[in-house]
Write a protein that binds this ligand. Sequence first.
Ligand code: ADP
Length: 162
Amino acid sequence: MKKTAVFPGSFDPFTIGHESIIRRALPLFDEIIIMIGYNSNKRAFYPLSKRKEWIKKVFVDEPKIRVGKYEGLTVDYCRKVHAQYILRGLRTAADFEYERAIGQINKKMHNEIETVFLLTLPEHTAISSTIVRDILRHKGDASQFLPCCLDISEFLDEPEEF
Ligand code: ADP
């Protein structure tokens, strides 16, 4: 059976930390669907269409990657796309505690879906979308934290209404 993993997140914006987890997970799965979760009540910094376009650009040469969007529970999306795995990255003990609870509850709800965790590379531990967003918001240079194929000037555009 085809092994499909969903990598859920807000990716606002997508960073080299996200990219690294996905590239390292590629040998483990036949397909990875990067799922951009969205919440109509929550205002995002970058519009969904931009986030999707950037992620597609990063993985343009990678046939195992698909990019999707979803509003709702990650487990429901997994069932919809027939994914058996949820992929998550772990940076810190705080990440672990947060992810442990969600992973255990997801397992209780849908026993057939397993959450797989990869530890972040040490050099990516401090990188978060929140910090990168703050740098960009204040017109700082965040290029070293963004995937190299992305044109940094695109990130400097004033974000539109989500
Ligand atoms: P969420 O809003 O669900 O936390 P994010 O877009 O922040 O979504 O992150 C999606 C996934 O990527 C999560 O599993 C998160 O732990 C992981 N991640 C985020 N930043 C990094 C990083 N610097 N290194 C490794 N994994 C990361």
